[in-house]
Design a protein around this ligand. Structure first.
Ligand code: C5P
Length: 242
């Protein structure tokens, strides 16, 4: 563990981190965001950073075989999260509104492709650790508990059957007015999971000390309570502002 992964609060205590890792469509985003709001903690959507680099690579027609070029692109791609009280935060890439584009399956596939490049992952490490700010952080991703915040006090591995994840994604994208088929989504989810789990660097897998939560058939509100129950009371009290 490095010093950077252990930012401290005003009292010199390490800022607490709850990591939520898992495959695409497991409900990580919705659940982690709700848990962060309930705890009054910050939230890191690490997938959005990979998606943003994937989208920026598309905008620049970048060569995915040119690692050096991609690392430079990663460093110069600015990603801004702007809170929206009415829903999900907006994401700006280099100042340009990109929230909808970021959520497309094309962006997800681009993210998954560039996320398999170790140098790109390395270029995003410190940016992710910088989100660790008092009073606490909920970090959502694939390697939050294994690589980025190995000292996190609570680690969750959130999963659900591929069919259920495809159905959830289908509903989400349809609600956003995007035209997608359930079969196509299921195929993409299975392919993306396989790529994420088989890559040599930071593969998708539970940390040894993670608690696995299976959300198949379980309402989101119940999963939120299950995850909150894993955060010790002492952990919250000492770090949550009055
Ligand atoms: O979580 P989300 O679906 O937005 O992530 C998009 C892609 O970014 C994932 O399929 C994965 O390949 C990559 N990713 C990653 N490590 C993370 C978060 C996302 O490799 N911590």
């Amino acid at each position: 563990m490095t010093a950077e992964s252990q930012q401290v609060d005003g009292a010199g205590e390490p800022v607490p981190v709850l990591t939520v890792d898992g495959p695409s469509g497991s409900g990580k985003g919705t659940i982690s965001r709700a848990v962060a709001a309930r705890l009054g903690w910050h939230f890191l959507d690490s997938g959005a950073l990979y998606r943003a680099v994937g989208v920026a690579a598309g905008w620049e027609d970048a060569d995915l075989g040119d690692t050096e070029g991609l690392v430079a692109l990663t460093h110069r791609t600015q990603v801004q999260f702007v809170d929206d009280p009415g829903g999900e935060p907006h994401v700006l890439i280099n100042g340009v509104e990109a929230t909808s584009e970021l959520r497309t399956e094309t962006a997800g596939a681009a993210a998954s492709a560039i996320a398999a490049i170790p140098e790109v992952r390395a270029a995003l490490v410190e940016r992710q650790r910088a989100f660790r700010q008092s009073p606490g952080l909920v970090a959502d991703g694939r390697d939050m508990g294994t690589v980025i915040f190995p000292d996190a006090g609570v680690k969750v591995f959130l999963t659900a059957s591929a069919e259920e994840r495809a159905q959830r994604r289908h509903k989400q994208l349809k609600d956003k007015g995007l035209d997608v088929t359930l079969d196509g989504l299921l195929r993409e989810i299975v392919a993306r999971d396989a790529r994420d789990a088989q890559r040599p660097v930071a593969p998708l897998k539970p940390a040894d000390d993670a608690v696995t939560v299976d959300s198949t058939g379980v309402p989101i509100t119940t999963v939120v309570e299950q995850v909150l129950a894993l955060v010790p009371e002492s952990f919250r009290k000492s770090h949550t502002p009055d």
